[in-house]
Every structure is written in C-alpha cells, then in structure tokens.
Design a protein around this ligand. Sequence first.
Ligand SMILES: NC(=O)c1ccc[n+]([C@@H]2O[C@H](COP(=O)([O-])OP(=O)(O)OC[C@H]3O[C@@H](n4cnc5c(N)ncnc54)[C@H](OP(=O)(O)O)[C@@H]3O)[C@@H](O)[C@H]2O)c1
Length: 225
Amino acid sequence: MKSLIITGAGSGLGKALALLYAKQGFHIILIGRTLDKLKRVEKEIRENGGSAQSFSVDVTKPDEIRPFIQDAAENFSLFGLINNAGVGHFGPFEGLTQQEIHEMLDTNVLGSIYMSQAVLPYLKDQNEGLLMNIISTAGLKGKVNESVYVASKFAVRGFTESLQKELEDTNIEVKAVYMGGMDTPFWDESDHIKDKSRLRSPEAVAEIILNSMDEDTIVIQSKGK
Ligand SMILES: NC(=O)c1ccc[n+]([C@@H]2O[C@H](COP(=O)([O-])OP(=O)(O)OC[C@H]3O[C@@H](n4cnc5c(N)ncnc54)[C@H](OP(=O)(O)O)[C@@H]3O)[C@@H](O)[C@H]2O)c1
C-alpha cells in the first residue's frame, strides 16, 4: 500500500487531506506535535475503512525527522509527502516577538525544507512520488499585518518552484498549493480574521486540491474573489 506522509495532520486542512487521501487508498502517516489529535484522525480514518498511523514529530527538528523518515522508509512504501504544518502570527510588523518570527520561519520554511530533504532521496530511488507544499495566497502577494507570515510563504513558494524545475525530468510530481482563508483552528488564537464563517471549510479546500491533481500549481482564491 502506498504511503503518504501529511504534516500537521491533526487538525484543519491536514486532517481533511488525510481523510480524503485515505479514501483514495493511501496509507496515511499522520505527523504533528500533539499525538492525541493525530490519534483521533487515525481513528476516524480507520472507522471509514482506511489505513493510518500517527507519529509525534516536530518538523522544526531535523534530528527528530531524519531517523523517523529512515524508519518510515523501512516499514512503509513511501510514495509522498504533504508539507502542510504551518503557523501564523499577525499584526503590525514591529509588534511581532522574536519567538513568533522564529516559530513562523522555523515551521513554515525550515520545516518544509527539512521534511522534503529527508523524504526526497527515497522518492528519487524509486523515481516516483508526490511532494506537495501547502502555501497560501500569502505566498503570492504581500498583505497588511501579515509581513513575516507572507515572507515565510514566499520562501516556500521559491523553494517549491525551484524543486519543480530541479525534478522536472523525474516522475516525482512537485505541487504548490495557494489557497485563501480557511475556517480552521489556525485562527483560534488570533483576531486577525473577524468573521471566520465567510471562509471556505478545510474539507472544501481539500476536495478542490484532490480534483486538481493534474496541475502543478493550484490556486484556490478566497470565497467571493
Ligand atoms: N487557515 C487558513 O486560513 C489558511 C490559509 C492559507 C494557508 N494556510 C496554511 O494551511 C496549512 C494548514 O493550516 P490550518 O489552517 O489547517 O491550521 P491548523 O489547524 O492550525 O493546522 C496546522 C497544524 O500544524 C501542526 N504543527 C504546527 N507546528 C508544527 C510543528 N513544528 N511540527 C509538526 N506539526 C506542527 C499543528 O499541530 P500541533 O500543534 O499539534 O503540532 C496543526 O495541527 C498551514 O501551512 C497554513 O499556513 C492556512
């Protein structure tokens, strides 16, 4: 059974993608820092007849990632990676703390880079696979009160576009996904979005992504745009 690693799979878009890809017949390797959340998603997948396993891995920690991926490659038939884990801190630029700045760059940028670097050799060996980076429309244009978040997503865009070129002669598909706002726990600690109800659900966005698998660049604008 082909296995797909999804980071940040315990909530929001990661969870929605996990449920849908499991229905497509993939074994889902659910990754995040909070095992409880992942286990709940794993249970839901199994109850729907799918296959999944949960692992607590922090994508900002290369020393955790490397042995984990090595182990995963020995035990599963690794087919792909979806770099979905991400964090955001919003507000006027000068008010961001160093910790918030680090958290965004470490998770969104370095997390995607570390995970991809660990997984890619296995995909290259089999000359087949999928590498999908969940970016945001924040990776397409600057936005007020989102400066460092936008900077992190522009970085992931550059990383993804470069890998698309670097791997274009292989059978490894590299996909960049840019979506507008979604109604997920991402906004729980923030008042940056006033009315979450006007946002797309993560389930709807996951569905659009799966229906767009013939495209390398997937843009899902906010509702009403
Ligand atoms: N919501 C939106 O409006 C929106 C719009 C465009 C793009 N996005 C992007 O979509 C992606 C998914 O976000 P979401 O909206 O679904 O938010 P979410 O529900 O908060 O999901 C993010 C997940 O990432 C995990 N995570 C955070 N730091 C991690 C780390 N260091 N290692 C491993 N896992 C980590 C979190 O779980 P733990 O805390 O348990 O680790 C959480 O389950 C993010 O990349 C986000 O930037 C979101």
